[in-house]
Design a protein around this ligand. Structure first.
Ligand code: ADP
Ligand code: MG
Length: 337
C-alpha cells in the first residue's frame, strides 16, 4: 500500500459524478438549473436515445464571461455563493459548483457561451480541455454532452433502455415546466417534440400540457399564508384521485423536492374526501425566506431540511381545506320528483 494521498482532480470529479450524475436525466436537470439560474426565459432541450447518445441544451441566459469558461469546469467553482452566510441563504438552484466538472469527467462536452459580447467555445474530453476558440456572439449558452459514461463502464451497464431513460428525462422536463410557467421550454427527444410551453406564466396551461386537459379542468386554485410561508398552486377536486403519491408535486422556492410530511399535509387537507388508498393530484408552490431551508443535505438537492416544518404543514393543510369548504361537495339532489 502506498499510504494516504490526496486524489487528483480528475478522480475526485469522477467520484462526485457518481452522486450528481446518476443518469441522463440528472444531467438534464443540472443543466436546466444552470440555465434558470442564468435567468434564461427560453430553454431548448434536445436528447438522442434517451440522452445516452447526446444531450443538448440551449438557453438565452446571461452567459459566461469568455475568460471564465474554463473556470466553470473546475471543481467547486461557482458564481452563486461566496461566503458561509450565503450557504445558509441559497437563492439559486445551484451552489455546489460540482455539476459541470462532474458531467465533463464522464463524457465529452462542447460548450459555447456568450454574455452578448464575443463568446467562446470549449471542447472537453473526459474533463480535459481539448480545444478552445472564439464563438458566436448571441447571448446565452449552448452545451452538448455526448458519449455519456464512456469511461465508467459499470454506470453504463446500470442504465436502462432508451425508453426508461427518456421517461426520466420527461419527468425532469415536466417538473421544470410546472415550476417555471414563465419560462418557455421546448423538449425534443429523437427529433420529436415532447413538450413545448408558452412561457406566459399560465400554470394551468402547463398543467394541461403535462397532465392533459381533462385533469387541468378538474383543478382548483389554492392559496394561503402564514407568517413565514406563502402557499399557492392547484389541487384536483377529490373526484379525481390517483393510485400513487407521485402526482403530488411540491416546489420550494422553485425547487422540486420530496418531503413525506408535506405530502401528508396535502392529503390531510382533503380530510375525509379521499377514498382509502387513493391520492390527490396537486402542484403546490411554497415560497419562503431561504434561511428557513437547508438545501445542502443531498447532492441532487431532492431532499431539504426545513426549520419550521410543522408550521409549513399547517399552512398547506388549511389552504387546501379552505378550498373545499367553499365548494359544494355534496352532490346536487336529483331533480327528479
Ligand atoms: P453551480 O451551478 O453549483 O454554480 P455548475 O458546475 O453547475 O455549478 O456551474 C458552474 C458555474 O458555471 C455556475 O456557477 C455559473 O456561473 C456558470 N454556468 C453554468 N452553466 C451556465 C449557464 N447555462 N449560463 C450561465 N452560466 C452558467
Ligand atoms: Mg449548477
Amino acid at each position: 500500500m502506498a499510504g494516504i494521498q490526496q486524489l487528483n482532480d480528475a478522480l475526485s470529479n469522477k467520484i462526485a459524478a457518481g452522486e450528481v450524475v446518476e443518469r441522463p436525466a440528472s444531467i438534464v436537470k443540472e443543466l436546466i438549473e444552470n440555465a434558470i439560474d442564468a435567468k434564461a426565459k427560453d430553454i431548448l432541450v434536445e436528447i438522442e436515445e434517451g440522452g445516452l447518445r447526446s444531450i443538448r441544451i440551449v438557453d438565452d441566459g446571461i452567459g459566461i464571461e469568455k475568460d471564465e469558461l474554463e473556470t466553470a469546469f473546475l471543481r467547486h467553482a461557482t458564481s452563486k455563493i461566496k461566503t458561509d452566510r450565503d450557504l445558509f441563504s441559497i437563492r439559486t438552484l445551484g451552489f455546489r459548483g460540482e455539476a459541470l466538472p462532474s458531467i465533463a469527467s464522464v463524457s465529452n462536452v462542447n460548450i459555447q457561451s456568450s454574455t452578448g459580447e464575443d463568446g467562446k467555445e470549449l471542447q472537453l474530453a473526459g474533463g480535459e480541455i481539448t480545444s478552445s476558440k472564439p464563438a458566436h456572439a448571441r447571448r446565452g449558452t449552448t452545451i452538448e454532452v455526448t458519449d455519456l459514461f464512456y469511461n465508467t463502464p459499470a454506470r453504463l451497464k446500470y442504465l436502462k433502455t432508451v425508453l426508461t431513460e427518456s421517461g426520466h428525462v420527461s419527468d425532469v422536463l415536466n417538473r421544470m415546466a410546472l415550476a417555471y410557467p414563465d419560462i418557455r421550454f421546448h423538449y425534443v427527444s429523437d427529433g420529436k417534440t415532447m413538450l413545448q410551453t408558452a412561457g406566459n406564466n399560465d400554470l394551468l396551461q402547463v398543467i394541461a400540457q403535462v397532465y392533459g386537459r381533462q385533469t387541468a379542468a378538474q383543478m382548483v386554485a389554492v392559496e394561503g399564508d402564514s407568517l413565514d410561508y406563502h402557499v399557492s398552486g392547484f389541487v384536483a377536486k377529490p373526484e379525481l384521485t390517483r393510485a400513487g403519491r407521485q402526482y403530488m408535486s411540491i416546489y420550494i422556492n422553485g425547487r422540486y423536492i420530496r418531503n413525506y410530511k408535506l405530502a401528508n399535509a396535502i392529503q390531510q387537507g382533503f380530510h375525509t374526501l379521499l377514498p382509502i388508498g387513493r391520492f390527490p393530484v396537486a402542484i403546490l408552490k411554497l415560497e419562503m425566506d431561504p434561511v428557513l431551508i437547508d438545501v445542502n443535505v443531498h447532492p441532487a438537492k431532492l431532499e431539504v431540511r426545513l426549520s419550521k416544518e410543522d408550521e409549513l404543514a399547517e399552512v398547506i393543510r388549511t389552504s387546501i381545506k379552505k378550498v373545499f369548504a367553499q365548494q359544494t361537495l355534496i352532490p346536487e339532489p336529483s331533480k327528479q320528483a
